[in-house]
Design a protein around this ligand. Structure first.
Ligand code: CAA
Length: 296
């Protein structure tokens, strides 16, 4: 006779499948942006059939989403709010069809000095994005240049529209990347490619970015956001707790030595055995039914 747990799982499974069907029917409607309260430089919305995806759109179209300080302060707040919201499984950062972001705001920093940068900790707030525990996906259409490319690299996954253009053109304006371009780019695409990109300032397109491993998938421009939401929703079917641990573990590969990364991985793997969701996942597998994760 089937156990209560197995029957419950089977019913839950049906619900999950039914909800999945609804995704495609409602995704267009749920992608409409609405303007939230006090933001001037970004738009924030919750999307997806389960309303568990936080969507942030950079919104300075006239300046090609140049990343001025007020924009970054708002972006940091929106990311922190989504990170703290238990209904949100993953976060998407996007721009518009012309620009994801054309870099740090050159007009804002034109008169900065070494001393003012140092005293204010210029661009300090950018690193806040990488402290987010939840997965962040960059959906890049148009230009992702300088700080725009660096912002995409601060995210965990990059999806691109086929007309996206990436680059680190700081060399053209007499400076160098200042938010990870000289550090993250080589570890993602290798030294020779990174040197070529940083030393020439040349742009490269979405397909080249995919070939280098900077971008995981390329889509037609108009499909990009829909596909990115699907990815976020797919991540959202898993245990949020285990997703967080998995993200931390992958990040170790870029932040520490192989030896300590492997140690971190092993103790995190062992640690999952102290969670209810690990027990649920394995039991569900053995009982051939969908898991019902509790984030515990
Ligand atoms: N900062 C401030 N304003 C910017 C900007 C930026 N990074 N990029 C574009 N804009 C503004 C332009 O000044 C212009 O404003 P106005 O209409 O007031 O003149 C508007 O956006 C539209 O730009 P363009 O007219 O130049 O548009 P285009 O289609 O002809 O060219 C472009 C597009 C090739 C992206 C060009 O705008 C460009 O080269 N932008 C600068 C790219 C760049 O150098 N980025 C690196 C910045 S430094 C940095 O990011 C440091 C770091 O590592 C953190």
């Amino acid at each position: 006779m089937a156990s209560v747990a197995t029957v419950t799982r089977a019913l839950l499974g049906k619900n999950v499948l039914n909800k999945c069907k609804v995704v495609s029917a409602t995704s267009q409607a749920s992608m409409k942006f609405y303007s939230t309260a006090s933001y001037e430089n970004i738009k924030v919305e919750v999307v997806g059939s389960k309303k568990n995806v936080g969507l942030i759109q950079l919104n300075r179209p006239k300046a090609l989403n140049a990343l001025c300080k007020p924009l970054f302060v708002e972006l940091g707040k929106a990311v922190n709010d989504f990170d703290a919201d238990s209904n949100i499984a993953a976060i998407i950062i996007t721009g518009n069809e012309k620009a994801f972001a054309a870099g740090a705001d050159i007009k804002e920093m034109q008169n900065n000095t070494y001393s003012s940068n140092t005293k204010q900790g210029f661009l300090r707030e950018w690193e806040d994005i990488s402290n987010c525990g939840k997965p962040i996906i960059a959906a890049v259409n148009g230009f992702a240049l300088g700080g725009g490319c660096e912002l995409a690299m601060l995210c965990d996954i990059i999806y691109a529209g086929e007309k996206a253009k990436f680059g680190q053109p700081e060399i053209n304006i007499g400076t160098i990347p200042g938010a990870g371009g000289t550090q993250r780019l080589p570890s993602y695409v290798g030294k020779s490619k990174a040197m070529e990109i940083v030393l020439t300032g040349n742009f490269f397109d979405a397909h080249e970015a995919e070939k280098m491993g900077l971008v995981s998938k390329v889509f037609p421009v108009e499909k990009l956001l829909e596909e990115t939401i699907k990815l976020a929703e797919s991540i959202g079917t898993h245990s949020p707790l285990i997703v967080k641990l998995a993200k931390q573990a992958v990040n170790q590969a870029y932040e520490t030595t192989l030896k300590s990364g492997l140690q971190f991985e092993k103790s995190t793997f062992y640690g999952t055995f102290a969670t209810e969701d690990r027990k649920e996942g394995m039991t569900a597998f053995v009982e051939k039914s969908p898991p019902n994760f509790k984030n515990e």
